[in-house]
Design a protein around this ligand. Sequence first.
Ligand SMILES: Cc1cc2nc3c(=O)[nH]c(=O)nc-3n(C[C@H](O)[C@H](O)[C@H](O)COP(=O)(O)OP(=O)(O)OC[C@H]3O[C@@H](n4cnc5c(N)ncnc54)[C@H](O)[C@@H]3O)c2cc1C
Ligand code: FES
Length: 287
Amino acid sequence: MDSSAVSKSTGQPPEALYRPFMCKVESVRDLTPTEKLFRLTRLDGQAFGHRPGQFMQVSVLGIGEAPISVSSSATRGDYLELGVRKAGTLTAAMHELKAGATIGLRGPFGTFFDTDAMKGKDLLLISGGCGLAPMRALIQYVEDRRREFARVTILYGAKSPQDVLYADEIAQWQRSQTLACQLTVDAIPGGTCWDGNIGLITELIRPLEIDPARTIAAVVGPPVMYPFVIEQLEKKRLRPEQILVSLERYMKCGVGKCGHCAIEHLYCCMDGPVFSLAQVMSLRSAI
Ligand SMILES: Cc1cc2nc3c(=O)[nH]c(=O)nc-3n(C[C@H](O)[C@H](O)[C@H](O)COP(=O)(O)OP(=O)(O)OC[C@H]3O[C@@H](n4cnc5c(N)ncnc54)[C@H](O)[C@@H]3O)c2cc1C
Ligand code: FES
């Protein structure tokens, strides 16, 4: 499966690539002390047309723009959710927004997880840290079209219990009869109650029984996670075509014009962010 075949950005008319459309903030939910979830609808009533794995360019007027992954599936309705960590100027301005505010968006941009090619397959959905934001969109899609997929296993790793995103939804996935879901944290700060797994996410992969003939793995997380997770998946005899990775690079335009996001000859904003490992394994700076 070659995800670059899925989307060379958007097929949108040129003016739509550059001009933000306005959205209403329907709700804002605290996820952790530094992360908030924003639910948005378009003021013009149109659908966003987003697919799991894509990103939006989000603008707070007068402040600037930042790429943020789509965190909800279009199968849930005509809204879009963005999980945003307060990192600097733009994201801090977003964190000040309340329900009823307006915000600008361009997109959706980039390649996506090819859910058609995943039909009938066992899915291994692996995310770490903030990577659960884009992975959540894929998980929601798979939940809503559950019959189209075979076994579904979700693995998520966070630094500590305080850093676990979407804890309520993870608890639901763990209770689900139709999904398997495991959570681990790297470490437990003193005074914290925790009776779950402790250790790196690779520890969750090692004991899994995987049928390499029918499995597709999707991986989203911090750069440090990829080499170790990929090593484990290769030990399970998954081929590079069966391993999908979402890569993050500094972005400005989001539409293949400025070159900020280049990974050698690839533009992360258009050729990615979702790549098959086969596409990027020979590029030294990719993983
Ligand atoms: C495809 C893509 C998807 C992303 N999805 C999400 C998401 O779902 N949720 C989320 O919270 N963040 C996401 N990010 C990261 C987000 O874009 C940055 O945190 C944001 O641009 C920071 O902007 P700022 O003005 O708040 O920070 P600035 O004031 O510009 O910088 C503050 C800090 O953020 C770092 N930073 C700035 N830009 C980026 C960047 N593009 N990538 C990584 N670090 C950056 C800087 O090094 C600095 O340390 C994504 C980035 C990309 C490229
Ligand atoms: S962000 Fe401008 S080319 Fe990719």
